[in-house]
Structure formats: C-alpha cells, structure tokens
Design a protein around this ligand. Structure first.
Ligand code: MGD
Ligand code: MGD
Ligand code: SF4
Ligand code: MO
Length: 757
C-alpha cells in the first residue's frame, strides 16, 4: 500500500502553467508533506499547443502553491484597520448582507466588479455572472482595459472581430512593442522566433526602443525613440502608399474606405516622420518594402505601444499596414479567432456605452482602468460605492497606486477574493481566501490558435486545505445567502442529470424559456446541480456545460471539424462538454479553414472598413506634436513595467522565486549612467511627477540614451522581501496619462529623472 502511494506521489500529473496567457501544458510531480509540493515541473509533450515547450518560470510554481503567507481563513477589517479572522458562516452572511444593503440603497450599478481571472484562471469570472446578476451590477473591468481595449475598439470597427497572426508560417514577422523572448504570447515562442530568424527566406522586424533579446534575432530592428511609434508606423504606411506597394486587387475585393484613407498618407513627409521617430529613413523604407513584397506577414502589437502615447492610433496604423498589404485570411497572416468565450464582445462597440461619472467610453463592457478612481472620488450621486475584486490586484497593477488606495478608502465596502493578502486585499473590509489554481479545476479562454484551436480544462492536482474552496463554491454560497439562487431549479436539474443528458438538456432549456433571466443564474445553479456529480477534481467545470451548449449553436461546424460529436444522434454541446472533461491535457475543440476567413469579417457589410474617421484628427496632428513633451525637470522616459525572465505580474508573491534580478533593477544606458554618475549595482533615486523611489541600477547597452526601464510585478509586500525587492511601478505612474479614446495608460512613457545617491 505504502509502495503504491509513493508511486502515485511521484507520477507525473498533467496541468498547465498559470504564469502567462500561453498556459503551456505542464506535468507535475507532487511530493513533500502530504504530497502538496510541486517538486518537479516539466513541459507536457502531449499538450496539443505547447507540445512539451516550457520556459524557465514554471519550475518555480511551488512558490505559488506553497507560499507561507497564503490565507487560510476569511479576514474582516477592524475599526483600527487591522484584520481579524472570522468563520465562513459569518463572512458569507455579512458580505451578502452588506452588498445587498448597498444595492437596495444606491442600486446595483453602484457596485463595481473588478477582475474575474488572471493569466491562468478564468472560471471565477464565469461564476461571478450569477453574483453580478443577483446584485444587478452594471459596471466592471479587468486588466484588459489597461492594455487591449484600444486594439479591440479598432479591430471591431475595422473587421468586426479580434484577430491574431500566424507566426508559425509567416514570411515576415513583425513585433511592435513586444518582446516574446521573455513575454511569450505565441505558442512555443522561442522556437518560433528561432525558426524565423535562421531561415534566410523569412524576416523578423522588431520595433522596440530597446535592443531586446527578440531584437537580437531580428533581421530589421527599428529602434524607435520611446513613444515614437505613431510617427514610425505612419511613415511605414506612407512608404507603401507613396511607392505604390498596396495590395490593390485584394483591397478592392475585400475592403471599403481606401480612398478616404489615402489622402492622409499621400503627401506625408516620410523623412520628417522618421526623424521624429528616431529611425533612419532608409531602414524604414526597407522594412515597409519587405512587408509589402512578402507572401505573408504576421503582426503582434503589445504593451510597448498599447501602454503608450497614441496607442489606439498605433493599433489602427498597424491594421492599415497589415490589411493594406493584404495580410488577412491567408496562411502566415492575420486570422479570425474562433472562441469559446470571446474576450471582447463585438456588439458592445456599436452602443456608445459610457461610465456614470466621467462619461468615459466603455469598450467591450469594460470601464477604462485609469478612470476608476474618478468614478469613486466624487460626490456625484452615481459614483461607485462598493467594489468586489476577484483574482486581481488593482491597487498594485493599475496606474497610480496612491490614488487607487485613496479611492478604495472612500468606498463603503470592499470585498477581495484572493489566495493571499495582496496590496488590494489590504484595502478590503473582507478578504475571502480560496483554493489555489492547482486545488480546483481551472481553465482560461486565452484560446487564440488557428486553424486548430485548443482548450484545456485542468483538473485539481490536490484537495484544498480544510476550510478552503473554489470561487464557484463561494459564489454559490453568496448567492444562496442573498436568496438569489433558485433552489427549485437546482433541484429539478439535479434530478434530471441522473435521468440522462437528454433529460438534463430538456430541463435546462425549459427553465430558460420560462425565465430567460435564468441564464445569468445558470453558472451557480449548474455548479450546485452537477458540480459534485462530475468526475473528481472537475466540479468547477459545471459552468462549461452551458458554454458548450452555446458554442454548439454558435460554432457547430468548427467543433464538428475537430472530430467532436461525430457519433450518431449525439448532442454536439454534450459531446463538447465531455471532451472538455476527458482531455485533461488539452484538446482541439475547433478546426477552421483559411478559405472561410473572408466570410468571417463581421462588419455590417462583411467587408473590412479601412477608414476610421474618429482617428483622422489625431493622425493629422502628428506633424505639429512633440513625441514627448519637453520637460527639463523630467528629461528621461521611463518604461514602467518590462517583462523579464523572472517576472509574472503579481501571481507569485514571494520574491525568492526570482532566480535573477532580485532587486528588480532600473535599466539605464551607459551614456545616461555616466552623465548622472551611476555605477553598476549602485543605488539611485528615481522620481516622476507622481512619486519617488530608491532603485538599484543596472547599466545596459540594450537601452538607448534617454530611456530607462523598470520591471513589472515587483515591489510586493512579503515577509521574505529584504531591502529593495523592486519597485511597485504604479507608485510612479498617474491616471491622467492615458489614451484619449480607450483610456489605456501610458506606463511605457512616464516622464522621469534619475539622481545619484
Ligand atoms: N516573463 C513574463 N512574461 C509575461 C508577463 C510577465 O509578467 N512576465 N506578463 C504577461 C502579460 S500580462 C502581458 S500583457 C504580456 C506583455 O508582453 P510584452 O508587451 O512583450 O511585455 P513588455 O516587456 O511589458 O513590453 C514589451 C516591449 O515594449 C518595449 N517598449 C517600451 N517602450 C516602447 C515604445 O515606446 N515603443 C515600442 N515600440 N516599444 C516599447 C519594451 O522595451 C519591451 O521590450 O506578457 C505576458 N508575459
Ligand atoms: N506600470 C505597469 N502596470 C502594469 C503593467 C505594466 O506593464 N506596467 N502590466 C499590466 C498588465 S498587462 C496586467 S495583465 C496586469 C496584471 O494585474 P492584475 O490583473 O491585477 O493581476 P495579477 O497581478 O496577476 O494579480 C493576480 C491576483 O490573483 C491572485 N490569485 C492567484 N491565484 C488565484 C486564484 O486561484 N483565485 C483568486 N481569487 N486569486 C488568485 C494573486 O494572489 C494576485 O493577487 O498588470 C498591469 N499593470
Ligand atoms: S511561456 Fe508562459 S505559460 Fe508557457 S511556461 Fe512560460 S510562463 Fe508558463
Ligand atoms: Mo497583461
């Protein structure tokens, strides 16, 4: 018996890495006390997308699972600001009562929901739908509204949906403010990068002010001045227009609006724009010509431009470059993503939905993160009065932590659901601890591949410690305590499940047709009805049953092509749900065809809309604008939040996990270091308009003069944090530095100064 247990303990168990959106399949060996330690981790060869690939980070996942500061009981704040532990019954009752009291007095729209998932866990967001329905909330946000909403807004206008690009087959790969060597974001990133790099027929173009590790592999590195991308990309598209390199036939067949766009580029002074961007004109022309002459080009824009000046305009210019050269819908170019659960809801663009106080544009249902404090710190009757935060750390991750703390303090109630006492948790009235991502079933909807797309439901590797449970259970208990969970519906579904799937489906759709609002209570109702009837370690998959049914209706052909639901008379939704449960190493849930791409353009007339007049004014104002406003007091450009080998947002809190760069050093060019009088490993004072911090200096010839850079996810409170464990970057950023359209932050170009100490 003991032998069997030992064998079992050392067996490799499948799971996924939770540290970036790739969610590479991993295999884990459990050991230590009670088999609760992740003693060995390796890439899972059987994972259909990552195929055994893993970077250096997941070997450190035990720092996540076994952080000594993990929370084990609910916390309630005392009047003096300290926390006391309370039992679950009290916690659920008080949180439910206080949320309902705010709803009844000020309306559900005064309760703001933030988060719902991070890099590895999107099921809490799915279950929160029921809690939000019970409370009647209207406003919510998450990290996407501080990076991707500008791009989403452009994508929805131009193509009606979000696209990604095929870097596996592209002839030319273009990375704009993206360093996949460290940040990944495409499957098996380092393999894919090396393949482009070593093939003389292919070409990699990197647009980044730093000579990144990705730039080392590039054929063309456009080493733009920080914040200069709008001028650079406008110049690149102008070269294509002026040198007559447009894909004219393809444009005529698939797009509208070219004639509205062209006048903005026909006489654009390419030389002047290149000078402003700080890139040699000949190199810009070479890059533009290379893209235009390629059979296919893939583009990836990320935080270097999305958290920067003119970010929405840059997202648009990126599309003009891609589509202007015909790079949509053919292998190696951009493709429409078939999602189980789209990250961005296309319908939301059509309505001009605004926030209650600042009237900021809500894109894809998400309130811009930078305006959240302004929606709270006011006496406006429609201000947010309470916040429910789940699986996110906005006090650390959003612009201007000081102001964020002030806003949290002004709220009547803050509830935080987390595994640890985060910076946000410290501001809460109640902190509700949950099972880790290895103690429950989890999954993400970061499924972006094409033509085969993947989904991976990870099973729990172990039970949670006594007294802890998942968000699914938490939302069920909260909605029950509010009297919002329809118990008769749950009972009837439970009974129907035992009769078989056909009876269950019939019951579910009967409930739905007699009360359409049941759909929003369905997540917790399904969890209560069937969670404990699903295979061990998959209870949280219950909500996926509904998602599988919806997908079977919205993307049946894609699912069938993946070989799901082939058996006679089998219900496609149930077949998909079973495939989710059975394939604990991930599986192909959809197969699409490049040839169908044009039919998937989701604009009203089914054609790509090249003209986006709302951006023309900003585009045309570039000639008279300063790249960075001159400021003698703050002469340097700080990129606050660079991805490095050992950074992972704030998912891992114990700084001991970082094998390198323990101090989260400020990177600075040799020229600037010499001028200021800084030495390698020495201390310096870094100051922005918003704050000041002591930093450790790393002199790096990868940095250009005038540009300095701090990592993201550092400066976390932890008992293992000694001396300088890095700076929390948002102590230095401000909420006003934001994009005029999407409200996304300008973290990558924060005006700063550095002084020797
Ligand atoms: N190791 C690690 N990987 C991660 C994460 C992590 O925390 N750590 N986080 C994940 C998440 S949440 C995300 S969103 C992605 C983000 O992935 P990336 O966007 O690739 O990450 P960053 O390093 O923040 O920024 C990318 C590049 O932008 C450059 N940059 C700075 N200023 C400018 C500029 O003005 N113009 C241009 N063109 N570039 C500029 C920086 O030099 C940097 O190399 O990474 C994911 N992967
Ligand atoms: N200045 C600056 N700021 C940035 C960035 C930058 O580059 N510069 N990058 C931004 C980007 S791109 C992103 S995506 C955000 C990320 O910022 P956030 O979206 O706030 O996410 P994380 O930092 O990953 O915080 C995740 C939280 O979830 C908790 N957690 C872990 N597992 C579980 C679980 O199973 N359940 C629950 N309930 N909680 C869990 C962790 O303890 C942690 O507190 O940061 C952003 N902030
Ligand atoms: S690429 Fe991302 S998901 Fe894959 S192992 Fe590295 S951090 Fe984890
Ligand atoms: Mo992100």
């Amino acid at each position: 018996m003991a032998e069997v247990d030992e064998q079992n303990a050392s067996a490799w168990k499948p799971s996924a890495c939770i540290l970036c959106e790739c969610n590479c399949g991993i295999e884990v060996q459990l050991g230590g006390d009670g088999g609760r330690r992740l003693t060995k981790v390796r890439g899972d060869k059987a994972h259909p997308s990552s195929e055994g690939y893993a970077c250096e980070k997941p070997s450190r996942l035990d720092f996540y699972q076994n952080d000594p500061e993990r929370l084990t009981a609910p916390l309630r704040k005392r009047a003096d600001g300290s926390f006391e532990q309370i039992d679950w019954e009290t916690a659920i009752r008080e949180v439910a009562e206080r949320l309902c009291a705010i709803r009844d007095e000020h309306g559900g729209e005064s309760i703001f929901y933030y988060g719902g998932g991070g890099q590895g866990n999107h099921l809490p967001g799915a279950y929160s739908l029921s809690l939000r329905a019970a409370l009647g909330t209207r406003y919510r946000s998450n990290a996407l509204a501080q990076e991707k909403t500008g791009e989403a807004w452009v994508a929805m206008h131009v193509l009606g949906r979000f696209t990604r690009s095929d870097f596996e087959h592209c002839e030319v790969g273009v990375f704009i403010g993206k360093n996949p060597w460290f940040s990944h974001g495409i499957p098996r990133a380092r393999v894919a990068l090396r393949e482009i790099s070593k093939d003389p027929e292919r070409c990699m173009i990197v647009i980044d002010p730093r000579r990144t590790e990705t730039a080392d592999l590039a054929d063309i590195h456009l080493q733009v001045k920080p914040g200069g991308d709008a001028w650079l990309l406008a110049a690149m598209f102008a070269v294509i227009v002026q040198e007559d390199l447009l894909a004219r036939d393809w444009l005529a067949a698939h797009t509208d609006g070219l004639e509205e766009v062209l006048p903005h580029f026909e006489v654009l002074p390419v030389d002047d724009y290149c000078a402003r961007a700080g890139v040699p004109e000949e190199l810009v022309r070479t890059a533009a010509r290379r893209i235009a002459s390629a059979k296919s080009a893939a583009f990836f824009e990320d935080l270097g431009v999305q958290m920067n000046r003119h970010s929405t305009l840059v997202s648009y210019l990126h599309r003009l470059l891609a589509y202007g050269t015909g790079n949509y819908g053919r292998p190696g170019s951009a493709y429409p993503v078939t999602s189980l659960q789209p990250l961005f809801n296309p319908g939301s663009i059509a309505k001009d939905h605004r926030t209650p106080v600042t009237k900021s544009r809500i894109i894809a249902g998400l309130t811009p993160c930078n305006v959240i404090p302004d929606e709270i710190l006011t006496d406006h009757p429609k201000r947010f009065r309470a916040m429910f935060v789940e699986a996110a750390n906005p006090v650390h991750s959003l612009a201007d932590s000081q102001r964020m703390r002030e806003a949290f303090e002004a709220l009547d109630l803050v509830v935080v659901v987390d595994i640890a006492l985060s910076e946000t948790g410290r501001m809460a009235d109640y902190v509700l601890p949950v099972a880790t991502q290895f103690e429950k079933a989890e999954a993400t909807f970061f499924n972006f591949e094409f033509p085969k797309n993947y989904f991976h439901l990870r099973h729990a590797l172990m039970d949670p410690p006594e007294d802890l449970f998942s968000e699914a259970e938490l939302h069920a208990r909260l909605t029950e305590a509010m009297g919002a969970l329809p118990q008769p519906a749950v009972d009837s579904l439970r009974g129907a499940w035992d009769e078989g799937r056909a009876a269950f489906r019939a019951k579910f759709f009967e409930l739905l047709s007699s009360d359409p609002s049941f759909l929003r209570m369905a997540p917790v109702a399904l969890y209560r009805a069937i969670g404990d009837k699903l295979p061990k370690g998959t209870a949280e998959a219950a909500v996926l049953w509904a998602l599988a049914q919806i997908s079977a209706q919205s993307i049946p052909d894609s699912i069938r092509r993946a070989g799901i639901g082939a058996a006679d008379g089998e219900d496609l939704g149930d077949a998909l749900f079973d495939a989710m449960l059975e394939n604990d190493r991930g599986f192909v849930f959809a197969i699409d065809a490049w040839d169908d791409s044009s039919s998937k353009i989701a604009t009203p007339n089914g054609r790509i809309q090249l003209a986006l007049p709302e951006l023309f004014e900003e585009l045309d104002s570039l000639p008279t604008e300063q790249r960075m406003p001159v400021d003698r007091e703050f002469p340097l450009v700080l990129s606050a939040g660079e991805r490095r080998a050992f950074t992972a947002n704030t998912i891992l809190r114990d700084p001991a996990w970082r094998r390198k760069d323990a101090s989260g050093a400020l990177r600075i060019s040799p020229e600037d270091a010499e001028r200021i009088g800084l030495s390698e490993g020495g201390r310096a004072r870094l100051t922005t308009r918003r704050g000041s911090a002591e930093v450790v200096v790393e002199i790096s010839d990868r940095m250009q003069a005038g540009h300095i850079s701090l990592p993201n996810g550092t400066g976390i409170a932890h008992s293992n944090a000694k001396d300088i464990g890095g700076i929390a970057p948002n102590e230095l950023t401000s909420t006003e530095d934001r994009d005029p359209i999407a409200g996304t932050p300008w973290h990558k170009s924060t005006a700063a100064r550095v002084e020797a100490m």
